[in-house]
Design a binder for this molecule. Structure first.
Ligand SMILES: C[S@@+](CC[C@H](N)C(=O)[O-])C[C@H]1O[C@@H](n2cnc3c(N)ncnc32)[C@H](O)[C@@H]1O
Length: 258
């Protein structure tokens, strides 16, 4: 969390010019009344950042988000196939569906609680952008991350909104430490990560020890385990050691760092 706080509002992204039509669209989205929907929205500078990064990695053929609203209006013009996993809290879904600013042919709404719709959804394509901004209570964004991360293409973007919520801040720290994602910008309360070419953590595996967030702990317990083994080796009588095959000894010394 400390790390996040120090980076709040500090854009690291290179300034990329945004297409004039998209800028005009964002201006029109900004003119919507504050109570256009009542579920909270990504602010204007967040929308601009999304457009800027989408422009950089585009064209966007596939994207997804949880929750909906102003971001959906924007994605409906940035992406030719945008998936929306949302329910209608604060009239966010109905207002979006009815908006003249929506480009409906590019959007598929998967209506319902993402806790149920995402596990049941079978992605046909990888996505270039995924935004997590649906239910915010723990562990719901984490659950959404679980279903989104394997679908994000190399160099694709993962956006996580509402980092100020402590449990989402913790998720931010875990993703930030992951080899799979590099943080490229924090704008307001939204983090923008880029998928690296690091191998996918198999979503059906265990793998905790290869995750960056856990690595210092794993290295510490491994070091302790091996210093115990080295102590044992030190007190083992020489005749007993002579009985151990050379290949086993070699493996042992390799493990313990000699
Ligand atoms: C913060 S708003 C999203 C705002 C949107 N990104 C914008 O910029 O206007 C949260 C969204 O999550 C939706 N939501 C809340 N609980 C949900 C759930 N369990 N499953 C799916 N969507 C949910 C709400 O209906 C709302 O659309």
């Amino acid at each position: 969390m400390q790390k996040i706080n120090s980076q709040f509002g500090v854009p690291h992204g290179r300034e990329i010019p945004i297409n004039q039509n998209v800028l005009a669209l964002i201006d029109r989205i900004a003119e919507l009344p504050s109570n256009w929907h009542n579920a909270g929205s990504v602010p204007l500078k967040g929308l601009r950042a999304i457009a800027r990064h989408a422009e950089q990695i585009g064209p966007i053929t596939h994207s997804a988000e949880t929750g909906c609203g102003r971001t959906t209006l924007l994605f409906s013009h940035l992406s030719s196939n945008h998936l929306v996993f949302a329910l209608d809290a604060g009239a966010s879904l109905s207002q979006t569906r009815d908006s003249a600013l929506l480009n409906p042919q590019n959007v598929t709404f998967i209506e319902g609680p993402s806790q149920l719709t995402l596990p049941n959804y079978s992605f046909k394509h990888k996505v270039q952008i995924a935004l997590i901004d649906g239910p915010h209570g723990y562990p719901f964004p984490d659950l959404e991350y679980y279903y989104f991360y394997p679908q994000i293409e190399t160099d694709g973007l993962l956006l996580v909104d509402d980092l100020q919520i402590p449990s989402i801040g913790r998720m931010f720290d875990i993703i930030d430490a992951s080899d799979m994602f590099n943080l490229i910008e924090i704008v307001g309360n939204m983090a923008i990560f880029k998928r690296s070419d690091a191998p996918l953590i198999d979503p059906l595996s265990d793998s905790w020890w290869i995750q960056g967030y856990n690595r210092p702990h794993y290295e510490e317990i491994t070091r302790q385990k091996f210093s115990l083994l080295r102590g044992l080796a030190y007190i083992t009588p020489r005749p007993l050691k002579m009985m151990i095959p050379a290949s086993v000894k070699e493996t042992f010394w390799l493990w313990t760092g000699r």
